[in-house]
Design a protein around this ligand. Structure first.
Ligand code: XMP
Length: 521
């Protein structure tokens, strides 16, 4: 027993709790690679760890990961993928306000598993045209709903007849007529469309397609049995989609502290726009600026809090305890912490301002705990280990660069020397500010005015689907929690012990002295 106490006190002298470690290092600003976490006795297997996190009374995620409100990262496709995996996407505001409203609508109306705009064919097309379409678009399927020029369903063209021998025949002659096609109306789908479709396929032996129509028999969607089977299997997965009370995927949207022509906060515009977002079902708004500890951001949060008492509000960015307290007092529920850590940021170089992330997170987390609000670690995350470290202080992380190369990020991939890349740019880059985000950095978007960009335009290597990237990140987080014996994120925060890493220690942490054949990712 005495020996155990001795070993424990030896550990405690080297591997310190946050309250000891960070004040002892208060002359130096530290970031992720400057520290490492010590292992602890564990009875927890990584796969048994829980990652759910409460960001505000009405905002809970099943994984603590949010995609950044950046115009090369989060629009509806990314937000759908994030929520489907249990996280959250923040739709950026570098677009006309109407477009932001419809991006939010797209996420809120997305029915997982329902193909909302199925590829359709017309009755007067030839089967040969359909074969050419399949060849050209490389479709892996050959059954299509047949729809007339007014959008009305007229039948189903089954894969059995989409054959070269029938190339000269018309779709109208080969289709299964409307009366024999299995359909369901939008209203009949109810609260759980997947369960409804699953029941249908159980009851209709050998039928693999179910078409969705509206009251006027216009085609509104298509379920396939294979999609439903995949989703029902996913339902048994550990991390469920993040949904609202009405079973819709959750979605966030960013807004800026918009000013009118007189330079005053444009309260009317802000209230109207956020009112529109709320009408469309937005679950959280983020007042996103580079300097959150400022009058404009504070006033915006106050205006929104008064008008929408129950709406979860994220605000930022800050890196000080005073900044957290200020935004909490204005009514924010979750505060974005990070000034200058982002992979495309140049704030620290241009403005000479900003704090490395681990120190900023420690300081902000102390103020947040007092105010009973949450913090989000925003920027600088390049690997899952960084997320584990960030989660020892924050309730979630916000990532841009990690997702910018995904298929679901806006924009097409470009090929350069045989490799595929996607554009990734800072919202404070010249190009992004010109197309609208200047307010975030306190500049005018008038190109005639002098602005100092605080971000760069860059490329990220294309990296496949968000599902794949998140699976790796989640695996890493769970692994870190297993090493610390933490069953959930609260335990991770309580148990973390830190020590500084030397430059040689950092080199030791990455693969070294080998010829790498395959990267870890
Ligand atoms: P990562 O490291 O995930 O960072 O790529 C994304 C975060 O960076 C912030 N951001 C910027 N910061 N200049 C900055 O100083 C910029 O141009 C810029 N654009 C985005 C933002 O907080 C984002 O979530």
């Amino acid at each position: 027993m005495a020996a155990m106490r001795q070993s424990e006190s030896l550990d405690a002298r080297f591997y310190q709790a946050a309250g000891q470690f960070f004040p002892a290092n208060n002359k130096l600003a530290l970031t992720f690679d400057d520290v490492t976490l010590a292992t602890l006795y564990s009875e927890i297997l990584p796969r048994d760890t829980q990652l759910d996190t409460q960001l505000a009374e009405n905002l809970r995620l099943n994984i603590p990961i949010i995609s950044s409100d950046m115009d090369t990262v989060t629009e509806s496709r990314m937000a759908i993928a994030m929520a489907a995996n249990g996280g959250l996407g923040l739709i950026h505001y570098n677009m006309p306000e109407r477009q932001q409203l419809s991006e939010v609508s797209r996420v809120k109306n997305h029915v997982h598993g329902l193909i909302q705009e199925p590829i359709q064919v017309a009755p007067d097309q030839l089967i040969g045209d359909v074969l050419a379409l399949i060849e050209q678009k490389k479709f892996g399927f050959s059954t299509f709903p047949v729809v007339d020029d007014k959008g009305k369903l007229v039948g189903l063209l089954s894969g059995h007849v989409v054959k070269p021998r029938y190339a000269k025949r018309k779709v109208a002659d080969a289709l299964t007529p409307r009366a024999q096609v299995h359909t369901i109306t939008q209203k009949e789908l109810g609260k759980d469309p997947i369960a409804r479709a699953d029941k249908f396929f159980n009851e209709h032996l050998g039928i693999h397609k179910l078409l969705v129509v509206d009251d006027k028999d216009n085609l509104r969607g298509l379920f396939t049995m294979s999609d439903i089977e995949r989703i029902t299997q996913e339902r048994n997965a550990q991390f469920k989609p993040a949904r609202d009370a009405r079973f819709h995927l959750i979605c966030g949207a960013a807004v800026s502290a918009t000013r009118n022509a007189f330079g005053e906060l444009d309260r009317e515009w802000i209230l109207n726009h956020v009112g529109g977002l709320v009408e469309r079902g937005v679950d959280v708004v983020a007042v996103s600026t580079a300097h959150g500890h400022s009058r404009g951001v504070g006033d915006t949060v106050r205006v929104l809090r008064d008008a929408f008492p129950k709406l979860p509000i994220i605000a930022g960015n800050v890196t000080s305890a005073a900044g957290v307290e200020f935004l909490a007092d204005c009514g924010a529920n979750a505060i974005k912490v990070g000034q200058g850590p982002g992979s495309i940021c140049t704030t620290r170089i241009v403005a000479g301002v900003g704090i490395p992330q681990m120190t900023a997170l420690y300081v902000c987390s102390r103020a947040a705990a007092k105010k009973k609000i949450t913090i989000l670690a925003d920027g600088g995350i390049v690997k899952s280990g960084d997320i584990v470290k960030a989660l020892t202080f924050s309730q979630s992380v916000i990532c841009g660069g990690i997702f910018a190369g995904c298929n679901e990020a806006p924009g097409d991939a470009v090929e350069i020397s045989g490799k595929l890349y996607k554009q990734y740019r800072g919202m404070g880059s010249f190009a992004a500010m010109k197309s609208g985000s200047a307010a975030r950095y306190g500049h005018s978007s008038n190109p005639m005015q002098k602005v100092a960009p605080e971000g760069v335009e860059a490329l990220k290597e294309a990296c496949g689907s968000v599902d794949r990237v998140l699976a790796q990140l989640i695996g890493g987080i769970q692994s870190g929690m297993g090493y610390l014996g933490a069953a959930n994120l609260t335990q991770l925060r309580d148990k973390a012990r830190y020590i500084r890493v030397s430059p040689a220690g950092m080199r030791e942490a990455a693969p070294h002295d080998v010829v790498e054949l395959k990267t870890g990712s």
